[in-house]
Design a binder for this molecule. Structure first.
Ligand code: DC
Length: 223
């Protein structure tokens, strides 16, 4: 079974996706981490962020892998081409570089292929922007998770502070969220939009536990 969780940056997708996966015994795939890894590798290789062919080459040839810590059911470590980038892909610099990288059609083509291969291997909660529309249009459960701009910025600042990486300046984070929403929604390839059959959940209205419960109930209803 695939549970697709899409929505804008900072809506709480990652936390919710992980909690749903643990509750249901599913694996979890963070597709944003894949786009971020390609952006990081492009910077390492000095590839211009508008060079579709070179970016696509990176996405096709560098292996992106997820690693588990001992005793942790969820893969929280991220590697590209054998380098661990778990923290390095969460910087403000990568927040900016990832927008043009994720708009590059050849990057999307290569990563969507990999995402399908991974997800088709078992029961997965997959989070991203285009999971219910493009990657898994036949996903059994589709959720589009949103929250107000202010709430999303507040959560992102807290998350960055906890991780010790990324900006903790509220106004800067808010401006970056607006910029990324605009870029994600207006790009030509797989723009951010809810699938027609997605269940819309506003996480400003519900606690995180309630959102997790609702998604688990949707999955259990069709099992
Ligand atoms: O979820 P995130 O903030 O880590 O995602 C990083 C960027 O990758 C985000 O700006 C949009 C892009 N992205 C995408 O275009 N498609 C996805 N399925 C996941 C993320």
């Amino acid at each position: 079974m695939i549970i697709a969780i899409d929505g804008p940056s900072g809506a709480g997708k990652s936390t919710v996706a992980k909690a749903v996966a643990v509750k249901l015994g599913f694996s979890c795939l963070d597709t944003g981490a894949m786009y971020r890894s390609v952006a990081w590798q492009a910077q390492q290789n000095g590839v211009a962020l508008d060079d579709d062919a070179a970016l696509g080459e990176i996405a096709r040839t560098y292996d992106i892998e997820f690693g588990h810590d001992a005793g942790d059911p969820l893969p929280k470590r991220v590697y590209i081409g054998g380098s661990e980038v778990t923290q390095a892909i969460r910087t403000a610099e990568i927040d900016k570089a990832v927008s043009p990288v994720s708009a590059a059609p050849s990057v999307r083509e290569a990563l969507v292929d990999q995402q399908r291969r991974i997800g088709n291997a078992g029961d997965y909660v997959v989070e991203g922007r285009d999971i219910g529309t493009t990657v898994f249009p036949n996903a059994e459960v589709k959720v589009f998770l949103t929250a107000s701009f202010e709430e999303r910025a507040r959560r992102r600042v807290l998350q960055n502070a906890q991780r010790g990486v990324g900006s903790t300046d509220y106004e800067e984070v808010l401006a970056d969220l607006r910029r990324r929403d605009e870029a994600d929604s207006s790009r030509a390839t797989s723009p951010l939009r809810p699938a027609d059959d997605a269940v819309m959940l506003d996480s400003t209205e519900f606690s995180q536990e309630e959102v997790v419960e609702k998604i688990c109930a949707l999955a259990q209803a069709i099992r």
